[in-house]
Design a protein around this ligand. Structure first.
Ligand code: SF4
Ligand code: SF4
Length: 206
């Protein structure tokens, strides 16, 4: 065994990559360094960074029902939720406050896994660096809202599967409601038939 052959082999790899970088395109193995931010690689579909809140069609239709499960499951406790109430003090199924402190969030994705309402998902957005952590990195409800179309754009496989599951659940729910309504009507009709006829009313003046 000759000492130093490993070093020489390593240097040959470096030399080969240095030379080929001048003659080959990046996708052919020519350049290994992407010159970010001028150039960037597309993110992988399962790439995750910070969470966002999903809405259907318009931001009023956010899916979050303020159940607080994600806040309880979040390991560093960086989600803060306050439920919305109507003018009579009745609780509504939506958050008035939904804050996430991105300086604390550790990108674990547990909130996404824990949410039973398909309301929170991990985003691809990562260029959020700021020197002002309180004003810029504490995200409020409206900063977190993103549409289902956006979700389809960044994670088409997951978004399509989730939409299909939700559609199926909705159809099953409608079928069960229709069956319950039909059963109720049949019960009422049977009860009306079983009722004894009312005795004839006495004639006027008798
Ligand atoms: S995002 Fe999901 S888990 Fe979190 S409060 Fe909203 S509905 Fe509940
Ligand atoms: S990704 Fe993890 S740390 Fe960040 S908000 Fe969700 S549960 Fe909390």
């Amino acid at each position: 065994m000759i000492f130093g052959t490993g070093i020489l082999q390593g240097l040959m790899v470096t030399l080969k990559n240095f030379v080929t970088s001048y003659f080959k395109a990046p996708d052919e193995g020519g350049i290994f360094t992407v010159e970010y931010p001028e150039k960037r690689l597309p993110e992988k579909e399962r790439f995750r960074n910070f969470p966002f809140l999903l809405y259907d069609k318009n931001p009023e239709n956010l899916r979050c029902v303020a159940c607080d499960i994600c806040a309880k499951e979040c390991p560093p406790k960086c989600i803060y939720i306050v439920r919305e109430f109507d003018k009579d003090g009745k609780p509504l199924k939506r958050p008035a406050v939904f804050d996430i402190d991105f300086t604390v969030c550790m990108n674990c994705g547990i909130c996404e896994e824990a949410c039973p309402f398909d309301a929170i998902y991990m985003d691809h957005e990562f260029e959020i660096a700021s020197a002002d952590r309180h004003a810029k990195l504490l995200y409020h409800r409206d900063d977190l809202l993103k549409s289902n179309e956006y979700f389809h754009k960044i994670r088409p496989t997951d978004a399509s599967a989730i939409d299909a599951r939700r559609r199926e659940a909705e159809e099953k729910k409608k079928a069960a409601e229709a069956a319950a309504l039909a059963a109720q009507k049949a019960k009422e009709a049977a009860a009306a038939q079983a009722k004894p006829p009312e005795p004839p009313k006495p004639a006027a003046g008798a």
